[in-house]
Design a protein around this ligand. Structure first.
Ligand code: ZN
Ligand code: ZN
Length: 401
């Protein structure tokens, strides 16, 4: 890092700090009015109005409530996408904060209010102060929490209508010091699949098992057999999780039920391991069921894919991070997480990088180190300036004149 960069980065943070109060107010306003996935009507209105006001060309309706704000400058054909998510969670807020949710049972417990505010703060600063050449696409997506809003936006032509040479996204993370930036190339977040195994046996009297085909015994063998996939089929140096979260069968002690159902959560950090898990789970369920004389139906539903950060874009994002906050506040290669994130869909089509910004231990309202998705969680407002400064510097560097 050389001196002019240091001076510049300092200026960016100062400039974004100077307007932080305005966007902390925006963050708290969004926090107070959380909306569930695909129902971000008020939030997307707010986003669209602000972007328009600063001269962005605004397109709405991608993925339902998604918003894209586009700003073109200069003659370069370079294109860049930055993504924020807007949806909240079905959680009853327990923070007691003055700006706590006024929508019963809905809460911004993952900090998407903060992600939206950081990108809006950057949008205003960039429009007014940043010289660049190329096309900037600010992507505000709906329904990140399990409903695949990013994929929906892609199905509605996100990248054909708004081509991007690269895409970036940032998520807050409690437990890392406030404003600390964590990057990782390669797999960063897990794939998340759901499997329902239905076993069809033959019901009968509990006293006469020889005249029945018992799906409970077959299901028990399957539960144990599934664990051997992780232990015996997956490379010991890879990550895989198979959790049988529900096993439902029967109602009475003297009745052998006709059917049993298993519900599984399956995660991995490698697309090849994901393929292997799907194949082995399906094969094992069928073979085990057959060996017990019952029939298995396997419904394998693919959720979010493995989020894989691209090396070149991650290196670029690292450089920007170190330039902005200094090497001692950047983790260049952090740990992968077994949570999942639908930005993974975007990274399957366009190279890019997903990074974390530390939310600190105080989690905004002083509620202790509180993980996302907890009713006591709050986004750390001190990140509004740092996060938006990061986006501003990244735009300036990526679309340099
Ligand atoms: Zn979440
Ligand atoms: Zn989230």
């Amino acid at each position: 890092m050389n001196a002019p960069h240091e001076a510049f980065a300092h200026n960016v943070i100062e400039a974004l700090q100077a307007q932080a109060e305005e966007f902390i107010a925006v963050r708290r306003d969004i926090h107070r009015h959380p909306e569930m996935g695909y129902k971000e009507y008020r939030t997307s209105d707010l986003v669209a109005e602000q972007l328009q006001q600063w001269g962005y060309e605004v397109t709405r309706g991608l993925g339902g409530t998604g918003v894209v704000g586009q700003l073109r400058r200069g003659h370069s054909s370079k294109t860049l996408g930055l993504r924020a998510d807007m949806d909240a969670l079905p959680i009853e807020e327990a923070t007691g904060l003055p700006y706590a949710s006024c929508n019963a049972g809905i809460m911004h417990a993952c900090g998407h209010d903060g992600h939206t505010a950081m990108l809006l703060a950057a949008a205003k600063h960039i429009a007014g102060n940043v010289q660049f050449s190329g096309t900037l696409n600010l992507i505000f997506q709906p329904a990140e929490e399990g409903l695949g809003g990013a994929k929906k936006m892609m199905e509605d032509g996100l990248f054909s209508r708004f081509p991007c040479d690269a895409v970036f996204a940032m998520h807050n993370m409690p437990g890392h010091p406030q404003g600390h930036l964590v990057l990782r190339d390669g797999p960063m977040m897990a794939s998340s699949d759901y499997v329902t195994i239905t076993l069809d046996g033959k019901g009968g009297h509990g006293a006469m098992p020889h005249q029945a085909a018992d799906p409970v015994v077959a299901g028990s063998a399957i539960v144990l057999g599934l664990q051997s996939i992780v232990a015996r089929n997956v490379d010991p140096q890879e990550t895989a999780v198979i959790t049988v979260g529900a096993f439902n069968a029967g109602v009475a002690n003297n009745v052998i039920p006709q059917t049993a159902t298993l519900s599984l959560s399956v995660r991995s950090l490698n697309p090849q391991v994901r393929e292997l898990l799907e194949q082995r789970i399906t094969d094992l369920a069928h073979a085990q069921a057959q060996s017990y004389g019952v029939r298995a139906h396997v419904a394998y539903q693919r959720g979010y894919p493995v989020l894989v950060n691209h090396l070149r874009e991650t290196d670029f994002a690292r450089e920007v991070a170190e330039e902005l906050v200094g090497a001692q506040r950047v983790t260049r290669q952090g740990k992968a997480l077994t949570g999942s994130e639908d930005f993974a869909f975007l990274l399957e089509q366009v190279p890019g990088c997903y990074l974390l910004i530390g939310n600190g231990d105080g989690a905004g309202g002083g509620h202790g180190a509180c993980m996302v998705h907890n009713p006591g969680y709050d986004f750390n407002d001190d990140n509004v300036a740092i996060g938006s400064a990061y986006w501003s510097l990244l735009v300036e560097r990526f679309l340099k004149d």
